[in-house]
Design a protein around this ligand. Structure first.
Ligand SMILES: [Zn+2]
Length: 598
């Protein structure tokens, strides 16, 4: 029983009043006083009734109550800190259902950033200045390039950088994370020569004489990555912290980090135990495409607590990631029809390829599903998506289990068949959720529009069709494939515009646009569901973790074009301020000071 200092009758009366107003569930006695209250806000709770409130109270990192200024002020005690939101809009902390934060954060520390390079000359200038800082033999690493953003409109080749890097092996990773370019020193060191035997599910681009050009894709890229110097544990932790800092500047407080290697998981555990993991992280473990590897990953996952239980503070071991195919940028994703090039030409004979034997994939799905493990499968091409949803349906029919939330990562251009199966799986088994990236339309959309061609482009990220079928999806960035801020995903889901407009500003059409209120669900409650954090995050309701974002504008009312430029003024995780914008007019009061009504 709480110790009440007020006379029993008064307390009962207060309790009656609070019940009658249908708002805060807590009593205004000192023992139950809030640690922090936020007042004078426009608080978009994202609860089931789309309630908007003025104020919110936090105690011990959790939301104590949401209500009017008066109701929430009644929960303040002597030591309660008061934050005046000055009319600003608050949302739940935004959630990204598909990122590579550990690797992307590390890239920001160790690689040359080529994500905004607009010509080969610019690439060369950046490579030249990094090369000047390296000792002979040291690897030069760069990341983020995209031929769709280069004036030349072509891949970077070894011959573009060989003269700048005569003594250093170089690896320039593409923004898709599916291919990249080596220089000649690196190719020699790794044995990627004319005689090199390309392994299955991989590509080595060659000139007319059979000599590798430097560009390698898929399984050959994996071969390269495995031979780069491994980061230290300290570098991995620093990389995650760099990623968390970007999240917090953008009002983000939860992610699903896909495809983790054991060393990345260990880095998360170390940060969590040190109290430095300032976001909810749901981890998906990487699986190599073999039954033996899948069994080893299964044993690892079964040795950890099941979601939503945490393995360490704020850290959940959610399940596994499996790859079904490749990339839409590289035209390696597995399609029914030939890929296009330059929008209207046909890449004759190239329908992409599966990343593993489809029968083996199905075996792996059964293995994990039967063990009660959440599966998220990377599937980009229409044929790959069909195979994945059909595999899920088969496994679920054989062993009906509700709530494993099996996901289709990317799910770029699903067929009508796939959409039908997704709807059925969601309703019947709480599974079959697309975890998609609105910003693909924008950041890599010019490349995509050229590769998909005019007809298939209309099907990219079919959000309006999902709504019509009652399908829920998780929003995300696939960072560092596209930039991390969730506001880009909100904007892309509504506007469907590409970065450069190479094939017109909206080559994917607008028939599949959704209103921002729907897009916001894919970054809040629907996303929380895919992180097994339904009870913890995604909406601002009593009992949940106090994770919230304060914005400079009301994102539900701002013209759609403005969503892209939303500014986060403050981010709160578990009741603590993890980011405050320097220009913000939000007033953080000292404990005990009252904030006037406005
Ligand atoms: Zn990814």
């Amino acid at each position: 029983m709480p110790q009440n200092k007020c006379p029993r009758t008064v307390c009962l009366f207060v309790a009656f009043l609070l019940q009658a107003t249908g708002a805060p569930q807590a009593l205004a006695e000192p023992k139950a006083a809030a640690d922090v209250i936020f007042v004078n806000g426009h608080i978009v709770t994202e609860d089931a009734n789309d309630r908007v409130a003025e104020a919110l109270a936090v105690r011990s990192g959790r939301i104590l109550a949401v209500g009017s200024n008066d109701e929430i002020r009644a929960l303040a005690g002597h030591s309660t800190r008061q934050i005046d939101l000055r009319g600003h809009t608050v949302t739940p902390g935004l959630i990204d259902t598909h990122v590579h934060l550990a690797s992307g954060g590390l890239d920001t520390l160790i690689t040359v950033d080529l994500s905004d390079a607009s010509s080969i000359a610019e690439v060369r200038a950046r490579i030249r200045s990094r090369a000047a800082t390296l000792k002979p033999g040291e690897w030069l690493r760069a990341s983020g390039w995209d031929e769709g953003k280069l004036a030349e409109g072509r891949y970077i080749l070894a011959s573009d950088i060989d003269d700048l890097t005569p003594l250093n092996p170089a690896w320039l990773d593409h923004t898709s994370g599916h291919y990249g370019a080596l220089n000649s020193v690196a190719m020699k060191q790794l044995g990627i020569t004319r005689e090199y035997q390309t392994p299955p599910a991989g590509t080595v681009d060659r000139d007319a004489g059979g000599v590798p050009t430097g560009v390698v894709k898929e399984s050959v890229r994996d071969y390269v990555l495995a031979r780069l110097p491994a980061p230290t544990a300290a570098e991995r932790r620093a990389g995650i912290k760099a990623g968390l800092a970007i999240m917090h500047r953008e009002g983000m407080t939860a992610i699903k980090d896909a495809d983790l290697q054991p060393a990345e998981w260990d880095a998360y555990v170390a940060l969590a135990r040190a109290g430095e993991l300032s976001a909810h992280v749901c981890a998906l473990f990487h699986t190599d495409p073999s039954l033996a590897a899948a069994m080893a990953t299964k044993a690892r996952v079964l040795g950890l607590p099941r979601p939503p239980q945490v393995a360490a503070p704020n850290l959940v071991s959610c399940g596994v990631k499996v790859y079904m195919d490749g990339s839409g940028g590289a035209r390696t994703a597995w399609m029914y029809d030939d890929w296009n090039v330059r929008r209207t030409e046909v890449d004759t004979g190239n329908k992409g390829y599966p990343a593993l034997d489809p029968a083996l994939y199905r075996q792996i799905v059964h293995l994990y599903h039967d063990a009660g493990i959440h599966i998220a499968t990377h599937a980009v091409g229409d044929r790959a998506i069909d195979w994945v949803v059909d595999s899920y349906e088969e496994a679920l029919a054989a062993h009906p289990a509700k709530g494993l939330r099996h996901a289709i990562i990317h799910a770029n251009t699903p067929t009508d068949h796939a959409i039908g199966v997704m709807a059925k799986l969601q309703q019947t088994y709480d599974a079959g959720y697309p975890e998609t990236q609105g910003p693909f339309i924008w950041w890599i959309g010019d490349n995509y529009a050229g590769n998909l061609g005019p007809a298939r482009s209309q099907r990219l990220n079919p959000y309006a069709t999902y709504v019509a079928h009652g399908i829920r999806w998780g929003g995300g960035s696939d960072y560092s494939v596209t930039p991390l801020p969730a506001r880009y995903g909100l904007w892309s889901s509504v506007e469907r515009r590409t970065l450069k407009g190479t094939y017109g500003e909206q080559p994917f059409g607008t028939a599949e646009s959704v209103p921002v209120a729907v897009a916001l669900r894919s970054y809040t409650t629907w996303a929380a569901h895919q992180l097994f954090l339904d009870a913890e995050a995604g909406s601002l309701e009593p009992g949940k973790s106090a994770d919230l974002a304060v914005w400079d504008q009301n994102l539900l009312e701002v013209p759609a074009a403005g969503l892209k430029d939303l500014k986060c003024l403050m981010t709160v995780f578990r009741g603590g301020i993890v980011f405050e914008s320097p220009g913000s007019d939000v007033v953080v009061g000292r404990a005990g000071r009252t904030v006037a009504a406005r």
